[in-house]
Ligand binder design. Structure first.
Ligand SMILES: [Zn+2]
Length: 81
């Protein structure tokens, strides 16, 4: 475990479902987004998690390139939906 963006990996993983659901406050979402951007392990896990959520809720993405993950993270961060 390590701390990136002011939040630790275990806290990020524990909050990931709330993050995807948009149930977190802005400050926490921003910390998680910063962490995902700076932590390859969580980014990899987050990409798979986001793909699963996307597949459950809507059309699955054709791929999960870093650009796509970054765009998804931006959407989540901006509170779209
Ligand atoms: Zn991490």
């Amino acid at each position: 475990m390590r701390e990136v963006g002011g939040i630790r990996c275990d806290a990020v993983l524990a909050s990931l479902s709330d993050y995807v659901d948009g149930d977190l406050d802005v400050a926490t979402r921003e910390r998680i987004a910063t962490h995902l951007a700076g932590c390859p392990e969580c980014e990899r896990f987050g990409a798979g998690f986001a793909a699963m959520v996307s597949a459950l809720g809507q059309d699955p993405p054709p791929d999960l390139s870093p650009e796509r993950v970054a765009a998804l993270a931006a959407l989540l961060r901006d509170g779209a939906g």
